[in-house]
Design a protein around this ligand. Structure first.
Ligand SMILES: NC(=O)c1ccc[n+]([C@@H]2O[C@H](COP(=O)([O-])OP(=O)(O)OC[C@H]3O[C@@H](n4cnc5c(N)ncnc54)[C@H](OP(=O)(O)O)[C@@H]3O)[C@@H](O)[C@H]2O)c1
Length: 317
């Protein structure tokens, strides 16, 4: 019998009753499996994506377990839609305990968004940055922000200028760069939360290589079929395994001290040196605010900020 994500994460006995979870990108793939698992564990779940019928299906599945669920549609390419998503969360809940920044993907065609940045950077980084900052004062005590990054960040260096153009667009460069941004965002968010005495924490996760999700649908030509056929290869994991990574990061008692860290294989991992670059993390945070034309969130940092939040724990490469 197939194991559930909560069994795979060792959190099947965690009672999430009374928790409010927002899982972006939960109409499909690992977000969908995470939302359903959280509902099974008793959490009330906000399902997000663009596909209303897929969203309704997830809501029905969660409510069948006795938890509350609602679907909120928001296209992450649309800044106002992200703000409306945050506003709806505020008007329909008492606060958020778990924010999963999971929506995203690899996008074949190069195009600029209304913010004059490349689409992948906007969907995978800028939209979750905006959503998180819109909900900062709505995160409950000890809330956790979990962002789905990727091992694909390896080899990428922060280059915000390159995201302002789609000349010589490379879908894979754009994806890898956006996943680097997810890690830099997480470390900077964790540090700023800590310095602001906010009790919320932030972690990011590589969920595994999961061709069985909807991840490959935007790839060109025969690539989706080819990648999906890799599902039987060693090193490749299932949608439930990927959701288990997200659950472990979000609700396991083992990860409460991991703020600012990067997890993979349900353990701490050292991300690339570019992903550990404090100056790049700070630059990304500030530039993201500039691009969105908002005041820099959590901007009470001392100029000489040096410390990282969280504890010193053995980390594997
Ligand atoms: N699969 C892998 O091997 C793998 C590896 C490392 C990291 N990841 C990361 O895991 C996360 C989830 O991916 P997945 O593998 O589960 O793929 P998936 O099945 O394609 O799920 C992607 C989710 O993101 C949502 N989404 C995509 N574009 C959106 C947009 N413009 N606005 C709002 N929502 C949007 C989709 O919802 P709608 O279609 O309803 O809009 C869907 O729910 C992504 O961040 C991905 O980068 C995946």
């Amino acid at each position: 019998m197939t194991s559930t994500p909560e069994q795979l994460a060792g959190v099947a006995d965690v009672d999430c009753t009374g928790m409010q979870a927002l899982v972006t990108g939960s109409t499909s793939g690992i977000g969908r499996a995470t939302a359903i698992a959280l509902g099974r564990l008793g959490a009330d779940v906000i399902v997000h994506g663009r596909d209303a019928s897929a969203g309704a299906d997830v809501v029905d599945t969660v409510t069948a377990y006795g938890a509350d669920a609602q679907f909120i549609a928001a296209d992450f390419a649309d800044v106002e839609a992200v703000r409306e998503l945050a506003a709806t969360v505020r008007s329909t809940t008492d606060g958020i305990d778990l924010l999963y920044n999971n929506a995203g993907g690899v996008f074949r065609d190069g195009q600029l968004t209304s913010c004059d940045v490349e689409y992948t950077f906007h969907i995978n980084h800028l939209a979750p940055y905006l959503l998180t900052t819109e909900l900062l004062d709505y995160l409950n005590t000890d809330a956790r922000v979990v962002t789905t990054a990727s091992a694909a960040h390896q080899g990428a260096s922060l280059d915000i200028d390159r995201t302002r153009s789609v000349d010589n667009h490379s879908a894979f460069w754009a994806y890898n760069h956006s996943k680097l941004a997810n890690i830099l965002f997480t470390t900077e968010l964790a540090q700023r939360l800590d310095i602001s005495d906010h009790t919320a924490t932030a972690v990011c996760v590589h969920p595994g290589a999961i061709p069985g999700s909807g991840f490959t649908r935007f790839l060109p030509g025969p690539l989706p079929r080819i990648v999906q056929s890799l599902e039987v290869l060693p090193g490749v994991t299932s949608v439930n395994d990927g959701a288990a990574e997200l659950l472990f990061a979000g609700i396991s008692s083992q990860t409460t001290d991991y703020s600012g860290k990067y997890l993979a294989g349900q353990q701490l991992k050292e991300p690339s040196s570019d992903a550990r670059d404090d100056a790049a993390a700070r630059r990304l945070w500030q530039e993201s605010a500039n691009i969105l034309d908002i005041t820099e969130p959590l901007n009470n940092l001392p100029d000489n900020k040096k410390t990282r939040p969280g504890v010193d724990i053995n980390v594997t490469e």
